[in-house]
Ligand binder design. Structure first.
Ligand SMILES: *Cc1c(COP(=O)(O)O)cnc(C)c1O
Length: 354
């Protein structure tokens, strides 16, 4: 770091994204990207928008909000958009935590929560998941903190029902529960309906995973009008043109083709079922994932060894070195071909271990 770096961030440890290697072709099962291209109709929408790039985008995104409200069964005043959902998560830490109200999230969850808490100097508590890596909302009810819950959770893929989350929202009406639904489209149930009933739940989602939009950067938040206003105060104090024209045009097109997204999610769920049963057949313990990845460990090989040996064979998965989960790998669900290649490679690696 330079001698000019702000003293406020000296201890900040930035988030480490999964590898994006350029040196050879890998089967990439390490960053939970979709194996499918985005819906076709977005390409024309982007091309048509290109000639308007000299103009700033509409900071209110009013047209896109109307469309989104229809698809997600909410109202335009209950929606905020951003350049990826990570941005909205950061704004939520800024908006709903302070010196009095700290944050709480699981010890094993999306690594960015801790980074955002530290970036914003927010006191944070990491609540251990149960032994079986499930999350018990009861653990959060009496904390008096803003709670961040990924549902399904990452990297376990385990989901709670909206009913369980509602219990938490109800138990502590003076604190906000932020539900990160990055993976909700792969078989879990959304908490968006709860945002109509309670003023202390904010649902955050992304087009990065189920809608194949990781490269376009588009995230959304749905909640009570007042919560959305708070987020907008921060968005408008940072960058009111947070979502660019090309992404907005493409997002609208992709929203209109809901069947394409649903069909892709069904394929991912089928490929997940195949992967889980094959891994279990090979002796792995696999969590009950409702996400586009599985989380698995073998009694025969360490998580790190398996990760390295798969990498040698041209397959990238994600290994985390945190003590509780170092035996596991998080494996993104790709195409059926990808998953067959993965299972064949794992099977060969295991037989070499013997
Ligand atoms: C991928 C992911 C996000 C971030 O999504 P972007 O919209 O690409 O910023 C947020 N939360 C979780 C749990 C994720 O896995």
């Amino acid at each position: 770091m330079s001698r000019f770096f702000s003293g406020r961030y000296l201890s900040l440890e930035p988030y480490t994204p999964g590898e994006q290697p350029k040196d050879r072709r890998f089967i990439k099962l390490n960053t939970n990207e979709s194996p499918f291209p985005p819906a076709e109709n977005g390409a024309g929408a982007i091309a048509a928008e290109y000639e308007k790039l000299m103009l700033y985008p509409d900071p209110t995104a009013s047209g896109l909000k109307e469309l989104f409200a229809e698809v997600y069964q909410t109202e335009t005043k209950n929606i905020a958009f951003s350049n990826g959902s990570d941005d909205l998560l950061n704004f939520s830490f800024m908006a709903f935590c302070d010196d009095e109200t700290g944050a709480a999230f699981p010890d094993i969850t999306y690594g960015f929560y801790k980074v955002f808490a530290e970036l914003n100097h927010i006191d944070h508590m990491e609540i251990p998941l149960k032994e079986d890596l499930t999350l018990d909302p009861d653990d959060y009810k009496k904390l008096g903190r803003t709670c961040f819950i990924a549902n399904p959770n990452a990297p376990t893929g385990i989901a709670l029902t909206p009913r369980r989350i509602e219990e938490l929202v109800k138990a502590d009406p003076d604190h906000v529960v932020i539900v990160d639904e990055a993976y909700v489209d792969f078989g879990a149930e959304s908490c968006i309906p709860l945002t109509k009933k309670y003023d202390n739940i904010l649902v955050i989602g992304t087009f990065s995973k189920s809608r194949s939009f990781a490269g376009a950067r588009f995230g959304y938040a749905v909640g009570n009008e007042e919560l959305i206003k708070d987020l907008n105060t921060l968005i408008y104090s940072t960058n009111p043109y947070n979502v660019n024209r090309l992404t907005m045009a493409a997002a609208a097109a992709v929203l209109k083709d809901g069947e394409y997204t649903r069909a892709n999610c069904r394929k991912v769920m089928e490929n997940r079922a195949f992967t889980v049963s094959e891994l279990r057949r090979l002796g792995f313990t696999v969590t009950e994932s409702l996400a586009n990845f599985v989380f698995a460990r073998s009694p025969e090989i360490s998580g790190e060894d398996l990760y390295l040996k798969l990498k040698e064979r041209g397959i990238l998965v994600r290994h985390f070195s945190a003590e509780r989960i170092k035996d596991y790998n998080r494996i993104t669900i790709g195409s059926m071909e990808d998953m067959q290649a993965l299972i064949a490679a794992v099977s060969r690696i295991l037989s070499e271990e013997k």
